[in-house]
Design a protein around this ligand. Structure first.
Ligand code: CP
Ligand code: NVA
Length: 307
């Protein structure tokens, strides 16, 4: 059982490199047991509250299925069916919910909102996506790379697209785990220098081919993230030549993987032959949300005292 101050997972760097390695090692154990149909229910009588202020398929199903598979239960709240949409201060909501459940997952807009929730929560809070970060996604992505290609330290990952929540989380991962993110975005859509420390973990590139050159992994995401729909037309024009297609993949190493957090738009950020082709790891990546988040729930609730 963890002792000391309550631990949250609001950004990837909330876990040290050693803790990330522990979570990845536990993911392997938990996934193997699951594949062998071996029951593993260390979270009996524990409850996860999930708060969604944006749509979700993968995050909802993976957290909900994962919690039940580990013996726990889940409460699902949305802005529309709770007092969250009616201006109750988020700190008050956190005080109340965290007296009733053991752990909370939130998908919302500003990072400041989840930070305010965490500031008065008695129990761990997990970021299930904010405008700024999507740390559970990158846990799954890195785990998928480890599983399919081995250690990520020293590797080159090409990010082709918007400097969004997923991209900024990849940047944290690159700094923490010792690989390089080769970042290519159209003018005006690259990383904000105020949010990014320069260093060997980041290489800004002028176009998708330059970013993909020699990369071990090529990854992208939608041109317009949830909450930015008003900019869709403008973004469609700006990103028109930024599709990850076969010619971009050909610039990467022959054994390079393609990843996308999903949902994807074939013909926009990725061509159908790439996402549905032999280098694509997107279905393993999606499945691994389940396994890696079970390891995260286990770590935040039970610490390292596990079998
Ligand atoms: N990748 C991801 O978070 O998917 P959902 O929006 O479906 O949860
Ligand atoms: N960047 C995307 C990720 C969706 C899982 C969004 O925020 O909409």
């Amino acid at each position: 059982m963890p002792t000391g101050p309550v631990r949250h997972f609001l950004e990837l760097r909330d876990l040290s490199r050693d803790e990330l390695e522990h979570v990845f090692a536990r993911t392997r154990v938990i996934k193997d047991r699951f594949k062998r149909y071996e029951p593993y229910r260390p979270l009996t009588d524990r409850t996860l509250a999930m708060v969604f202020e944006k749509a979700s398929t993968r995050t909802r199903v993976s957290f909900e299925a994962g919690m039940y598979q580990m013996g726990g239960s889940v409460i699902h709240l949305t802005t529309g069916d709770s007092q969250l949409g009616r201006a109750e201060p988020i700190e008050d909501t956190a005080r109340v919910i965290s007296r009733m459940v053991d752990i909370v997952m939130i998908r919302t807009f500003e990072q400041s909102k989840i930070e305010r929730f965490a500031s008065t929560s008695r129990v761990p809070v997990i970021n299930g996506l904010t405008n700024e970060f999507h740390p559970c996604q990158i846990l799954a992505d890195i785990y998928t790379f480890l599983e399919l290609r081995g250690p990520i330290k020293g590797r080159a990952v090409a990010w082709i697209g918007d400097a969004n929540n997923v991209a900024y989380t990849w940047l944290q991962a690159a700094e923490q785990l010792g690989f390089t993110l080769r970042f290519a975005a159209p003018p005006g859509y690259g990383p904000d220098p105020a949010r990014v420390a320069s260093g060997p973990h980041l290489k800004l590139c002028g176009d998708p081919h330059e970013a993909a050159r020699g990369a071990d992994l090529v990854t992208t995401d939608v041109w317009t993230s949830m909450g930015y729909e008003a900019e869709s037309d403008e973004r469609r024009r700006a990103f028109a030549h930024w599709t990850v297609d076969a010619s971009v993949m050909a610039a990467a190493r022959p054994e390079a993987l393609f990843m996308h957090c999903l949902p994807a738009h074939r013909g926009e950020e990725v061509s159908a032959d790439v996402i549905d082709g032999p280098q694509s790891a997107v279905w393993d990546e999606a499945e691994n949300r389940l396994h890696v988040q079970k390891a995260l729930l286990e770590y935040l609730l039970l610490g390292r005292d596990v079998e």
